[in-house]
Design a protein around this ligand. Structure first.
Ligand code: GAL
Length: 635
């Protein structure tokens, strides 16, 4: 498939006289897509029912006439002041019980029926007006659900809806009391109306209560998005997308994505490195101008699954951003590298955020492809280079990876509700496994737990706190090497420890007899190299030990094609286990220079140098930020 580029444009920020020149310049730069509209509600409907379409009609016409395809966003992430004045209780409520204020964005509660009705109205008007517009070639719902910690709201509307959600699931408070263990601390309820939200409790709430509220909150996002998708679909045949944000796990992206045609995500490698990767300072320094070598790829592989094969980068960092603790400029070449890395992982399009740097408001210090005076910023030159390279070789053909790595939103919430040790995070654990697989030179498919696993030679599913029973046999039956643990099946659906004790895996005689979390500065060395780090389970049973701690405790056990890791391992330990399981699975591994990563497509191998030094690779010496592309031997 042909890969394309685009940008994010805000015609409402600029005088109309410059729109045509902007559009012509975008086309000259080799861009195909332009996203508009996603924050423009106050200009589309300045007062209730007073719609002003003329400017957007002309903007879309101008962009389309230049040959660009428009992605039209619904403006529901930024309800204007009058909407909030009309529905003062639509503001989300934080965990301390305070309303979140007007004056930025995403200031709404997903459970507020009045706000949902306003969204239905504006989305219907927009879809009717532009649904058949020949220049509108794709849609975006809202903007970055969950960004700025906005999924969870402790509002009265959420409380009412949560009670209803619980009543539908449990049918009676007796059943709920039993499932949650509410006899503990006399927490039993007689009616669903007595059940509150799990904030402002004196000490921690029942983990079953907390997890149920996380699931409910996710369902509210799915519902909100579905309302918009159904309206747009009724008026347009163009594909519908949503732009997810990196490391936001507060709602189930797979379920949201099931109602959409394309998953997109917003990739800010340098912002993420400082703000949400969680690397140690030396690593942050080493990658300060390049970004983490695995974090972007992890999301590319995740959103390929969320979009069921169809995904884009909707916002690509083009230069310094404004929102991380430090905001360096990328190493020359990185904007190009990030773009090609996305294509190598299967992105249909990469769009740069934003076209021109805004001289006003919150994002004044966020670079664009153009400076505020319209001169080219460095990002534009790299985007133009990618456009030329794409024109020469636009085809990138995806293929199934040898490894499936399961990422499960429900497991992430369960670990957040009950981490057991400071800093233990499911997202972090899955990312650490992903890093180890990539250090071994592997291409990886990130998949939901209910994915079809046919064709994979290694299935890795660390930390799946609740594991549907049938998976315990269907995965091993594929013949793949299956790598589970820690905390596999450690809780039932309602956060209760099951008996027989976990992991209760058919074909593997192992029982977690007890467990401990450990300070990160107290690693327990493994015999032969590497260490247990942060968390371990004490394993009983007859399964063969394949990695053992120096204190004699089994860290990883195996029988047949099933391996259970009861301990979290440091990078060296993960590297050892990865190579051992790949050898069992018949997957060739490599040893890559520090900072170099590869990705195989159906016909080519891509090489990326994330380090700030030249690196020698089988594809030649790669300069810092270097990209190489070589045909794979045909099979
Ligand atoms: C994204 C957002 C954009 C813009 C950008 C700045 O999270 O979708 O609207 O704020 O960040 O980096």
């Amino acid at each position: 498939m042909q890969r394309t580029l685009g940008t994010c444009y805000y015609p409402e920020h600029w005088p109309e006289e410059i729109w045509a020149e902007d559009a012509a310049r975008m086309a000259r730069a080799g861009l195909t897509w332009v996203r508009v509209g996603e924050f423009a509600w106050s200009r589309l409907e300045p007062a209730p029912g007073d719609f002003r379409w003329d400017w957007l009609d002309r903007a879309i016409e101008t962009l389309g006439a230049a040959g660009l395809k428009v992605v039209l966003g619904t403006p529901t992430a930024t309800p204007p002041r009058w909407v909030v004045d009309k529905h003062p209780d639509m503001l989300a409520i934080d965990a301390e019980g305070r309303p979140r204020g007007f004056g930025s964005r995403r200031h709404y509660c997903f459970s507020h029926e009045g706000y949902l009705a306003e969204c239905r109205r504006i989305v219907t008007e927009i879809a009717r007006r532009y649904g058949r517009n020949p220049h509108v070639a794709a849609w975006q719902t809202d903007n970055e659900y969950g960004c700025h910690d906005t999924v969870i709201s402790y509002s009265a509307a959420a409380e009412t809806a949560f009670r209803d959600w619980l009543a539908q699931r449990y049918q009676s408070t007796d059943a709920l009391n039993r499932a949650w263990g509410n006899v503990f601390w006399s927490m039993e309820y007689d009616t669903f109306e007595q059940i509150g939200l799990p904030n402002l409790t004196v000490t921690e709430p029942n983990p079953a209560h907390a997890l149920a509220f996380r699931r409910f909150s996710s369902d509210q996002v799915v519902r909100f998005n579905r309302v918009q998708a159904e309206i747009i679909r009724a008026h347009s045949d163009a594909p519908i997308s949503h732009n997810y944000m990196g490391r936001i796990t507060d709602f189930d992206h797979y379920r949201t994505g099931a109602d959409l045609d394309i998953a997109t995500w917003d990739s800010y490698p340098l912002g993420f490195l400082e703000d949400r990767v969680g690397a140690e300072p030396a690593r942050q320094r080493a990658y300060a101008r390049q970004g983490d070598p695995d974090f972007q790829a992890f999301h590319h592989d995740l959103y390929r699954a969320v979009g069921r094969g169809r995904w884009w980068v909707m916002e690509q960092q083009p230069g310094p951003v404004n929102w991380a603790p430090y905001n360096p400029a990328p190493l020359p070449g990185m904007v190009r590298l990030w773009s090609w890395e996305a294509f190598a992982h299967g992105a249909e399009a990469v769009c740069y955020f934003r076209w021109r740097q805004a001289p006003f408001a919150q994002e004044q210090l966020h670079s664009g492809l153009l400076r505020p005076d319209s001169a080219a910023a460095p990002g534009l030159l790299e985007a133009e280079q990618v456009a030329r390279e794409l024109a020469d070789a636009p085809e990138v053909a995806n293929r199934q990876a040898p490894v499936a790595l399961v990422f499960d939103y429900d497991a992430d919430w369960a670990w957040q509700v009950q981490p057991h040790g400071a800093g233990l995070s499911y997202f972090g654990i899955v990312l650490d496994h992903y890093r180890a697989l990539r250090r071994a030179g592997l291409s990886v498919d990130i998949v939901p737990h209910d994915a079809d696993m046919t064709g994979y030679r290694l299935i890795a599913a660390p930390g799946l706190m609740h594991m549907p029973r049938h998976l315990k046999t269907t995965w091993t039956a594929t013949g793949a090497q299956v790598w589970l643990g820690p905390r596999t099946g450690a809780r039932d659906r309602d956060m209760v420890i099951p008996v027989p004790l976990p992991p209760a895996l058919p074909g593997l005689d192992v029982t977690v007899s007890r467990l401990e979390s450990i300070r990160p500065d107290l690693p327990i060395p493994l015999e032969g190299g590497g260490a247990v780090s942060g968390y371990r389970e004490f394993l009983e049973g007859s399964a063969e030990t394949i990695l053992r701690a120096e204190d004699g405790e089994a860290a990883v056990v195996r029988a047949g094609n099933l391996t259970y890791a009861g301990s979290l391992l440091d990078a060296d330990g993960l590297d050892r286990l990865t190579r051992e399981l790949c050898a069992e699975a018949g997957i060739a591994t490599q040893t890559l220079p520090e900072g170099v990563r590869i990705r195989d497509t159906a016909t080519e191998r891509f090489w990326f140098n994330y380090s700030a030094e030249p690196r020698e690779t089988p594809a030649g010496v790669l300069p810092p930020a270097g990209v190489a592309r070589r045909a794979l031997p045909s099979q």
